[in-house]
Design a protein around this ligand. Structure first.
Ligand code: ADP
Length: 265
């Protein structure tokens, strides 16, 4: 399967930070609270351009909140977040809008527009946000539907598709924006077991054949081991251990990581 054409960067569509292994995402002493619950506690970490980073750890440890902060679906209480050297938080709204165009997210529950066809789900944002013509957006969408194995389903509504097919459309929708960063939030956890492998194989292909930076929250440890350059282990809103997957999964240093892995592996 060739992914080059639909995923090729379009340098004129919006400002893309450089793809050269330099630091792309940076969290500096980011704190996020919900009421008295401190969900992220003075968190520092960075992700280099083109790398695949997996966030693991027990439920409620703050992993999804990190992805939601990058999508600007929620805001930190303290700290700074930068993308490509420019502030995402705190920052003026115009700058946030521009930086956000570089970031795509795939959600656990697909979140497709229910009243739109698969094709329209994919073309909507490129037309309204990037200003592509309808023809350009449709051509890109058809290439992406081909990539995710759903070329013949272009006219189907989400309710006419299986969970696995809906998630493929959601992946195509995120890629249609040609994001530099793809955020994946437990994208297979709402799927029937027999549909999980196909979606993970598609994501493996995307990881292998593109230069998209990926931040991935998952309980699929084999997948994490396959695609990750780095694994971050979270507990109570802090990173308690970080390293390459071979080390984290085989020789974790922290007792908490060992406990977590023995529960999920
Ligand atoms: P994880 O992804 O590691 O399971 P989350 O980032 O989803 O963890 O959640 C971390 C904590 O933040 C949890 O205690 C969760 O209940 C809380 N939380 C997340 N979103 C909200 C919200 N919108 N309002 C209140 N609490 C929230």
């Amino acid at each position: 399967m060739s992914t080059d054409a639909p995923l090729m960067k379009d340098p004129d569509s919006h400002a893309n930070p450089p793809v050269d292994g330099s630091e792309l995402i940076r969290f500096d002493t980011v704190t996020k609270r919900f009421g008295s619950n401190t969900v992220l506690d003075r968190l520092d970490f960075s992700v280099e351009s083109g790398k695949h980073v997996t966030l693991i750890g027990p439920s409620g440890s703050g992993k999804t909140t990190i992805l939601r902060l990058l999508m600007t679906l929620t805001q930190p209480d303290e700290g700074t977040i930068t993308v490509g050297g420019e502030k995402l938080f705190p920052a003026p709204e115009k700058q946030v809008r521009e930086l956000r165009k570089n970031i795509g997210m795939v959600f656990q529950q697909f979140n497709l527009f229910p009243n739109m066809s698969a094709l329209r789900n994919i073309t909507e944002a490129p037309v309204t946000v990037l200003g592509l013509s309808k023809e350009e957006a449709e051509q890109r969408a058809r290439e992406l539907l081909e990539l995710v194995g759903l070329a013949d389903k272009w006219d189907a509504r989400p309710t006419q598709l299986s969970g696995g097919q809906q998630q493929r459309v959601a992946i195509a929708r995120a890629l249609a924006m040609r994001p530099q960063v793809l955020l994946l939030d437990e994208v297979t956890s709402a799927l029937d077991p027999e549909l999980v492998a196909g979606v993970l194989d598609l994501l493996r292909d995307i990881a292998r054949t593109t230069d998209i930076t990926m931040l991935c929250v998952t309980h699929e440890m084999n997948f994490a081991r396959d695609i990750s350059d780095q694994v971050l282990m979270f507990d109570s809103g802090r990173i308690i251990e970080a390293g390459p997957p071979e080390r984290i999964f085989s020789e974790p240093e922290q007792e908490r990581t060992r406990e977590f892995l023995s529960a999920v592996l």
